[in-house]
Design a protein around this ligand. Sequence first.
Ligand SMILES: [Zn+2]
Length: 139
Amino acid sequence: MIVSCPHCHTGNRIEPVRLAEAPSCGACHQPLLNGPIAGTADNFAELLRHSKVPVVVDFWATWCGPCQTFAPAFASAAEAFAGKALFVKIDTEAEQALAAQYKIRSIPTIAVFDGGNELERMAGALPSGQFKAWLMQFV
Ligand SMILES: [Zn+2]
């Protein structure tokens, strides 16, 4: 699958089984999964299927003010929980099929998956500290 680096945005081809091995970016050599990665129609199903840790998804859009406000909290959580959860951002404008598949009615919507199953979702953003506290029940 192709995962774009959260630091330099280079697309990295990685074997799904290597998700658990803290892969680094081939271009900038920073850890690939200590920041939010972009979920797409091409990689999201594989991410869900192969991730050994919970997958936390931020359904967002570029025009959404609350999404922009929440972005640093999501990125901070991705760093804090690196290795314990996988953080994925899905642009609901660019990935309308995924937004429809998961019946996203408002953004931001935060959903947590484990073993391919959705455990919980939350509509709306939380401040960074509260978001991390909310995540603690899943990791
Ligand atoms: Zn990179």
